[in-house]
Design a protein around this ligand. Structure first.
Ligand code: ATP
Length: 207
């Protein structure tokens, strides 16, 4: 099984990192990939460059073997559609291996506007993680897809949706950028290595 957490990671913070680790542990995923988007289709464009965001991500996960940085979206031109990313991973691993695409409920709320969203469910399972202020309602378009037994994930490659409560960390990259711009210290909300990189390169001091 391969786990995937896509994001802008502008910058990566402990909310992303705990989510990736807890999803990996909960579902027994040895290979959890964090995939930064180059040109996110559904939101304002990132402040840091793709290379800077990848470097911060690599620094953040350097000592955690089950987390990997995957730069395939940065090597692709145009919008970073999850459909294209999952199609390319599928092409590499074949049709049988379960893929587990992780997203926060804030992102999931707009899932039906995503490029080829129905086909995403044919390529991967979804894990929707709770974020402070957001959790998956019991009823909705997703109800027929809701999986209850995580063991099923190991036997089917795609098509189920799981809801998972991870440690609630009310941290967002937007808040970190605001703090940095205001000259505030965001230490303990993100890894020190990432903060060191931000300070060395004077990122996010102005927008
Ligand atoms: P921004 O504030 O710039 O929108 P963000 O902090 O929401 O950024 P993203 O890179 O947009 O981070 O998020 C990538 C993925 O990680 C999304 O699926 C998002 O829901 C999830 N995520 C982000 N922060 C948290 C958090 N604190 N707890 C759980 N999931 C999170």
């Amino acid at each position: 099984m391969i786990g995937i957490l896509g994001g802008t990671f502008d910058p990566i913070h402990f909310g992303h990192l705990r989510t990736a680790l807890e999803v990996a542990e909960h579902f027994g995923i040895p290979d959890m990939r964090l995939i930064p988007g180059k040109v996110p289709p559904h939101r304002p464009q990132p402040v840091a460059t793709p290379e800077q965001r990848l470097t911060m991500l690599q620094a953040a996960i350097a000592s955690e073997p089950c987390l990997q940085a995957d730069d395939r979206e940065l090597r692709r031109d145009g919008y970073s559609y999850s459909f294209d990313t999952l199609t390319s991973i599928r092409a590499e691993v074949g049709g049988k291996r379960p893929l587990l695409f992780t997203l926060g409920f804030d992102a999931f709320q707009h899932f039906q506007s995503w490029h080829r969203w129905q086909e995403i469910l044919q390529l991967a399972h979804l894990v929707v993680v709770h974020r402070p202020g957001y959790s998956l309602p019991p009823e909705g378009w997703h109800t027929p897809f809701l999986g209850t037994n995580p063991d099923d994930l190991h036997t089917t490659p795609a098509g189920n949706i799981y809801s998972l409560a991870v440690t609630a960390l009310d941290i967002s990259a937007t808040d970190l950028r605001t703090r940095l711009k205001a000259g505030k210290n965001p230490r303990y909300l993100l890894p020190d290595t990432v903060l060191g990189y931000i300070q060395t390169h004077q990122l996010y001091c102005e927008t």
